[in-house]
Design a protein around this ligand. Structure first.
Ligand SMILES: Nc1ncnc2c1ncn2[C@@H]1O[C@H](COP(=O)(O)OP(=O)(O)OP(=O)(O)O)[C@@H](O)[C@H]1O
Ligand code: SF4
Length: 294
Protein backbone atom coordinates (compact mmCIF):
# COMPACT_ATOMS: atom_id res chain seq x y z
CA UNK A 1 0.00 0.00 0.00
CA UNK A 2 1.45 3.40 -0.90
CA UNK A 3 2.26 5.52 2.14
CA UNK A 4 -0.11 8.35 1.25
CA UNK A 5 -3.03 5.87 1.07
CA UNK A 6 -2.34 4.42 4.49
CA UNK A 7 -4.27 6.34 7.19
CA UNK A 8 -1.68 5.27 9.79
CA UNK A 9 1.04 7.23 8.04
CA UNK A 10 -0.93 10.49 8.49
CA UNK A 11 -1.88 9.76 12.10
CA UNK A 12 1.59 8.65 13.11
CA UNK A 13 3.59 11.30 11.30
CA UNK A 14 4.04 13.26 14.56
CA UNK A 15 5.06 10.17 16.55
CA UNK A 16 8.84 10.01 16.96
CA UNK A 17 9.36 6.40 18.06
CA UNK A 18 7.12 3.32 18.07
CA UNK A 19 8.19 0.51 20.43
CA UNK A 20 6.45 -2.85 20.00
CA UNK A 21 6.56 -5.11 23.06
CA UNK A 22 6.62 -8.80 22.19
CA UNK A 23 6.72 -12.10 24.04
CA UNK A 24 6.69 -15.64 22.76
CA UNK A 25 4.55 -16.94 25.60
CA UNK A 26 1.50 -15.62 27.45
CA UNK A 27 1.63 -14.54 31.07
CA UNK A 28 5.31 -13.62 31.10
CA UNK A 29 4.55 -10.00 31.97
CA UNK A 30 4.47 -8.30 28.58
CA UNK A 31 1.57 -5.99 29.52
CA UNK A 32 3.14 -5.08 32.83
CA UNK A 33 6.45 -4.34 31.06
CA UNK A 34 4.56 -2.22 28.47
CA UNK A 35 2.84 -0.33 31.29
CA UNK A 36 6.13 0.19 33.15
CA UNK A 37 7.83 1.29 29.94
CA UNK A 38 5.10 3.85 29.28
CA UNK A 39 5.19 5.12 32.88
CA UNK A 40 8.98 5.42 32.86
CA UNK A 41 9.05 7.19 29.50
CA UNK A 42 6.33 9.51 30.77
CA UNK A 43 8.25 10.27 33.93
CA UNK A 44 11.57 10.69 32.09
CA UNK A 45 10.82 14.35 31.33
CA UNK A 46 8.08 16.76 32.43
CA UNK A 47 7.18 17.35 28.80
CA UNK A 48 7.42 13.88 27.28
CA UNK A 49 4.30 12.69 25.53
CA UNK A 50 3.63 8.98 25.46
CA UNK A 51 0.93 6.78 23.95
CA UNK A 52 0.18 3.18 24.77
CA UNK A 53 -1.81 1.03 22.37
CA UNK A 54 -3.15 -2.29 23.60
CA UNK A 55 -3.33 -4.63 20.62
CA UNK A 56 -3.99 -7.66 22.83
CA UNK A 57 -7.54 -7.79 21.46
CA UNK A 58 -8.65 -10.94 23.25
CA UNK A 59 -7.04 -10.13 26.60
CA UNK A 60 -6.75 -6.35 26.98
CA UNK A 61 -5.20 -5.53 30.35
CA UNK A 62 -3.61 -2.09 29.86
CA UNK A 63 -6.74 -0.10 30.95
CA UNK A 64 -6.81 -2.00 34.26
CA UNK A 65 -3.07 -1.65 34.81
CA UNK A 66 -3.24 2.12 34.17
CA UNK A 67 -6.31 2.55 36.34
CA UNK A 68 -8.58 3.65 33.49
CA UNK A 69 -10.69 0.52 33.19
CA UNK A 70 -14.33 1.43 32.57
CA UNK A 71 -13.50 4.60 30.63
CA UNK A 72 -14.77 5.03 27.11
CA UNK A 73 -13.22 6.66 24.09
CA UNK A 74 -15.01 9.56 22.41
CA UNK A 75 -15.62 9.74 18.70
CA UNK A 76 -14.87 13.24 17.43
CA UNK A 77 -15.26 14.55 13.89
CA UNK A 78 -11.54 13.85 13.47
CA UNK A 79 -11.49 10.32 14.88
CA UNK A 80 -11.30 8.61 18.25
CA UNK A 81 -9.95 10.60 21.19
CA UNK A 82 -7.80 8.28 23.33
CA UNK A 83 -8.25 8.01 27.08
CA UNK A 84 -5.65 10.09 28.92
CA UNK A 85 -4.42 8.05 31.83
CA UNK A 86 -2.95 11.18 33.45
CA UNK A 87 -6.21 13.14 33.20
CA UNK A 88 -6.01 16.79 32.21
CA UNK A 89 -2.23 16.79 31.70
CA UNK A 90 -2.93 14.70 28.59
CA UNK A 91 0.60 13.35 28.15
CA UNK A 92 -0.23 9.65 28.55
CA UNK A 93 -2.71 8.59 25.86
CA UNK A 94 -4.13 5.11 25.99
CA UNK A 95 -6.19 3.11 23.49
CA UNK A 96 -7.50 -0.42 23.92
CA UNK A 97 -10.31 -2.62 22.73
CA UNK A 98 -11.16 -2.77 26.43
CA UNK A 99 -12.65 0.74 26.11
CA UNK A 100 -14.97 -0.41 23.34
CA UNK A 101 -16.55 -3.40 25.11
CA UNK A 102 -20.00 -2.87 26.64
CA UNK A 103 -19.17 -5.01 29.67
CA UNK A 104 -15.78 -5.60 31.23
CA UNK A 105 -16.22 -9.37 31.08
CA UNK A 106 -17.22 -9.49 27.38
CA UNK A 107 -14.92 -11.64 25.31
CA UNK A 108 -13.67 -10.71 21.85
CA UNK A 109 -14.05 -13.68 19.52
CA UNK A 110 -13.01 -12.33 16.17
CA UNK A 111 -11.51 -13.84 13.07
CA UNK A 112 -8.41 -12.44 11.41
CA UNK A 113 -10.05 -9.88 9.07
CA UNK A 114 -12.00 -8.25 11.92
CA UNK A 115 -8.88 -8.07 14.08
CA UNK A 116 -7.02 -6.58 11.13
CA UNK A 117 -9.77 -3.93 10.73
CA UNK A 118 -9.59 -3.04 14.43
CA UNK A 119 -5.82 -2.60 14.30
CA UNK A 120 -6.11 -0.47 11.17
CA UNK A 121 -8.57 1.76 13.08
CA UNK A 122 -6.33 1.95 16.14
CA UNK A 123 -3.48 3.18 13.98
CA UNK A 124 -5.42 5.24 11.45
CA UNK A 125 -8.46 6.59 13.32
CA UNK A 126 -7.09 7.53 16.74
CA UNK A 127 -6.01 11.13 17.31
CA UNK A 128 -2.59 10.26 18.70
CA UNK A 129 -1.27 13.76 18.06
CA UNK A 130 2.38 14.54 18.82
CA UNK A 131 4.04 11.74 20.75
CA UNK A 132 7.65 11.12 21.70
CA UNK A 133 6.92 7.42 22.09
CA UNK A 134 4.09 5.09 21.19
CA UNK A 135 4.35 1.79 23.09
CA UNK A 136 2.39 -1.09 21.54
CA UNK A 137 1.46 -4.06 23.75
CA UNK A 138 0.81 -7.13 21.62
CA UNK A 139 -0.74 -10.56 22.25
CA UNK A 140 1.61 -13.44 23.03
CA UNK A 141 3.29 -15.24 20.14
CA UNK A 142 3.31 -14.04 16.58
CA UNK A 143 -0.22 -14.05 15.27
CA UNK A 144 -2.61 -12.22 12.95
CA UNK A 145 -2.34 -9.12 15.15
CA UNK A 146 1.43 -8.93 14.67
CA UNK A 147 1.20 -9.32 10.92
CA UNK A 148 -1.52 -6.65 10.73
CA UNK A 149 0.57 -4.28 12.83
CA UNK A 150 3.62 -4.67 10.66
CA UNK A 151 1.54 -4.26 7.50
CA UNK A 152 -0.19 -1.07 8.68
CA UNK A 153 2.99 0.36 10.15
CA UNK A 154 5.00 -0.19 6.96
CA UNK A 155 4.92 3.51 5.98
CA UNK A 156 6.57 4.41 9.32
CA UNK A 157 9.00 1.46 9.33
CA UNK A 158 11.94 3.71 10.22
CA UNK A 159 10.30 4.62 13.54
CA UNK A 160 9.76 1.02 14.64
CA UNK A 161 11.66 -1.08 17.14
CA UNK A 162 10.83 -3.94 19.49
CA UNK A 163 11.51 -5.18 23.01
CA UNK A 164 11.21 -8.91 23.74
CA UNK A 165 10.03 -10.05 27.18
CA UNK A 166 10.67 -13.55 28.50
CA UNK A 167 10.76 -15.41 31.78
CA UNK A 168 13.75 -17.61 32.65
CA UNK A 169 12.09 -20.99 32.01
CA UNK A 170 13.26 -23.01 29.01
CA UNK A 171 9.80 -23.10 27.44
CA UNK A 172 9.50 -19.30 27.54
CA UNK A 173 12.99 -18.90 26.08
CA UNK A 174 12.17 -21.26 23.21
CA UNK A 175 9.12 -19.14 22.44
CA UNK A 176 11.17 -15.94 22.78
CA UNK A 177 13.44 -17.34 20.04
CA UNK A 178 10.39 -17.64 17.76
CA UNK A 179 9.64 -13.99 18.49
CA UNK A 180 13.17 -13.08 17.56
CA UNK A 181 12.88 -14.92 14.22
CA UNK A 182 9.67 -13.00 13.59
CA UNK A 183 11.46 -9.68 14.10
CA UNK A 184 14.20 -10.80 11.74
CA UNK A 185 11.68 -11.93 9.12
CA UNK A 186 9.90 -8.56 9.14
CA UNK A 187 13.05 -6.47 9.55
CA UNK A 188 12.13 -5.07 12.94
CA UNK A 189 15.12 -3.85 14.98
CA UNK A 190 15.19 -5.24 18.54
CA UNK A 191 16.24 -2.83 21.30
CA UNK A 192 16.87 -5.73 23.65
CA UNK A 193 15.48 -8.44 25.85
CA UNK A 194 14.04 -8.29 29.37
CA UNK A 195 13.96 -11.28 31.70
CA UNK A 196 10.86 -10.86 33.87
CA UNK A 197 9.96 -12.83 37.01
CA UNK A 198 13.63 -13.55 37.43
CA UNK A 199 13.80 -14.69 41.04
CA UNK A 200 11.64 -13.65 43.96
CA UNK A 201 12.60 -10.92 46.39
CA UNK A 202 11.32 -11.64 49.88
CA UNK A 203 9.39 -8.55 51.01
CA UNK A 204 10.49 -9.22 54.61
CA UNK A 205 14.24 -9.67 54.32
CA UNK A 206 15.09 -8.86 50.69
CA UNK A 207 16.55 -12.36 50.17
CA UNK A 208 16.37 -13.35 46.47
CA UNK A 209 15.09 -16.90 45.82
CA UNK A 210 15.34 -18.31 42.34
CA UNK A 211 11.89 -19.88 42.16
CA UNK A 212 12.46 -20.72 38.52
CA UNK A 213 15.87 -20.86 36.92
CA UNK A 214 17.46 -17.49 36.29
CA UNK A 215 19.88 -15.97 33.80
CA UNK A 216 18.41 -17.75 30.74
CA UNK A 217 17.34 -14.44 29.21
CA UNK A 218 20.80 -12.94 29.57
CA UNK A 219 22.38 -16.07 28.07
CA UNK A 220 19.96 -15.95 25.14
CA UNK A 221 20.71 -12.26 24.59
CA UNK A 222 24.44 -12.97 24.53
CA UNK A 223 24.02 -15.90 22.16
CA UNK A 224 21.82 -13.93 19.77
CA UNK A 225 23.87 -10.72 20.06
CA UNK A 226 20.95 -8.81 21.53
CA UNK A 227 21.25 -6.16 24.21
CA UNK A 228 20.25 -7.59 27.57
CA UNK A 229 18.15 -4.80 29.05
CA UNK A 230 17.89 -6.34 32.52
CA UNK A 231 16.01 -8.63 34.89
CA UNK A 232 12.92 -7.89 36.93
CA UNK A 233 12.21 -10.16 39.89
CA UNK A 234 8.74 -11.19 41.01
CA UNK A 235 7.57 -8.10 42.88
CA UNK A 236 4.49 -8.52 45.05
CA UNK A 237 4.12 -4.74 45.39
CA UNK A 238 3.99 -4.41 41.60
CA UNK A 239 1.36 -7.09 41.15
CA UNK A 240 -0.78 -5.56 43.91
CA UNK A 241 -0.47 -2.15 42.31
CA UNK A 242 -1.13 -3.13 38.69
CA UNK A 243 -3.79 -5.74 39.34
CA UNK A 244 -5.75 -3.45 41.64
CA UNK A 245 -5.50 -0.18 39.70
CA UNK A 246 -8.99 1.16 40.23
CA UNK A 247 -11.19 2.88 37.72
CA UNK A 248 -12.14 6.32 39.03
CA UNK A 249 -15.80 5.37 38.66
CA UNK A 250 -15.17 2.57 41.16
CA UNK A 251 -13.45 4.75 43.74
CA UNK A 252 -15.77 5.17 46.72
CA UNK A 253 -16.96 8.77 47.18
CA UNK A 254 -14.70 10.76 49.48
CA UNK A 255 -11.64 8.59 48.85
CA UNK A 256 -10.23 10.40 45.82
CA UNK A 257 -6.62 11.49 46.02
CA UNK A 258 -6.05 15.07 47.12
CA UNK A 259 -4.43 16.15 43.85
CA UNK A 260 -7.55 15.84 41.72
CA UNK A 261 -10.24 13.63 40.37
CA UNK A 262 -7.84 11.17 38.70
CA UNK A 263 -6.14 8.35 40.52
CA UNK A 264 -3.30 7.92 38.06
CA UNK A 265 -0.75 10.20 39.53
CA UNK A 266 -1.25 8.29 42.67
CA UNK A 267 -0.51 5.25 40.50
CA UNK A 268 2.68 6.80 39.14
CA UNK A 269 3.80 7.90 42.58
CA UNK A 270 3.08 4.50 44.08
CA UNK A 271 4.79 2.77 41.15
CA UNK A 272 7.90 4.93 41.61
CA UNK A 273 8.12 3.66 45.20
CA UNK A 274 8.36 -0.01 44.12
CA UNK A 275 11.63 -1.89 43.74
CA UNK A 276 10.62 -2.69 40.12
CA UNK A 277 10.56 1.03 39.28
CA UNK A 278 14.16 1.45 40.41
CA UNK A 279 15.25 -1.54 38.34
CA UNK A 280 13.25 -0.33 35.36
CA UNK A 281 15.14 2.95 35.29
CA UNK A 282 18.27 0.98 34.34
CA UNK A 283 16.29 -0.96 31.73
CA UNK A 284 14.98 2.27 30.24
CA UNK A 285 18.45 3.81 30.00
CA UNK A 286 19.73 0.77 28.09
CA UNK A 287 16.67 0.68 25.83
CA UNK A 288 17.05 4.39 25.00
CA UNK A 289 20.76 3.88 24.32
CA UNK A 290 19.85 1.07 21.87
CA UNK A 291 17.20 3.30 20.31
CA UNK A 292 19.71 6.09 19.74
CA UNK A 293 22.12 3.63 18.10
CA UNK A 294 19.52 2.00 15.81
N1 LIG B 1 7.73 -8.89 37.82
C1 LIG B 1 6.53 -9.24 38.23
N2 LIG B 1 6.27 -9.47 39.53
C2 LIG B 1 5.06 -9.81 39.97
N3 LIG B 1 3.99 -9.98 39.18
C3 LIG B 1 4.16 -9.76 37.86
C4 LIG B 1 5.41 -9.37 37.32
N4 LIG B 1 5.26 -9.25 35.98
C5 LIG B 1 3.96 -9.52 35.71
N5 LIG B 1 3.30 -9.83 36.84
C6 LIG B 1 1.89 -10.22 36.99
O1 LIG B 1 1.68 -11.41 36.25
C7 LIG B 1 0.40 -11.39 35.62
C8 LIG B 1 0.58 -11.55 34.10
O2 LIG B 1 1.30 -10.40 33.65
P1 LIG B 1 0.93 -9.69 32.29
O3 LIG B 1 -0.55 -9.54 32.11
O4 LIG B 1 1.77 -8.47 32.21
O5 LIG B 1 1.47 -10.79 31.29
P2 LIG B 1 1.30 -10.91 29.69
O6 LIG B 1 2.56 -11.54 29.20
O7 LIG B 1 0.94 -9.59 29.12
O8 LIG B 1 0.11 -11.90 29.60
P3 LIG B 1 -0.84 -12.19 28.30
O9 LIG B 1 -0.17 -11.62 27.11
O10 LIG B 1 -0.96 -13.67 28.29
O11 LIG B 1 -2.13 -11.47 28.61
C9 LIG B 1 -0.25 -10.07 36.02
O12 LIG B 1 -1.06 -10.30 37.14
C10 LIG B 1 0.93 -9.17 36.38
O13 LIG B 1 0.61 -8.16 37.31
S1 SF4 C 1 13.37 -15.34 52.76
FE1 SF4 C 1 13.54 -15.40 54.97
S2 SF4 C 1 12.23 -13.74 55.75
FE2 SF4 C 1 11.74 -14.09 53.60
S3 SF4 C 1 10.01 -15.48 53.67
FE3 SF4 C 1 11.82 -16.73 53.41
S4 SF4 C 1 12.41 -17.26 55.51
FE4 SF4 C 1 10.96 -15.57 55.68
Amino acid sequence: MASQENPASRRLQSVKHIIIVLSGKGGVGKSSVSTQLALNLYASSPTSKVGILDVDLTGPSIPRMLGVDGHSVHQSSDGWVPVFADGSEARLACMSVGFLLKNKGDSVVWRGPKKNGMIRQFLGDVRWGELDYLVIDTPPGTSDEHLSLIEHLAPVQSKLSAIIVTTPQAVALTDAMKCLSFTQAVNLPVLGLIENMSGYVCPCCGEVSNVFSTGGGEAMAQREQLTFLGSLPVDTELVTLLDAATAPSEVPPGSLPEEGPRSNFTLLRRYKATSSAKLFEGILQKALASLNCS
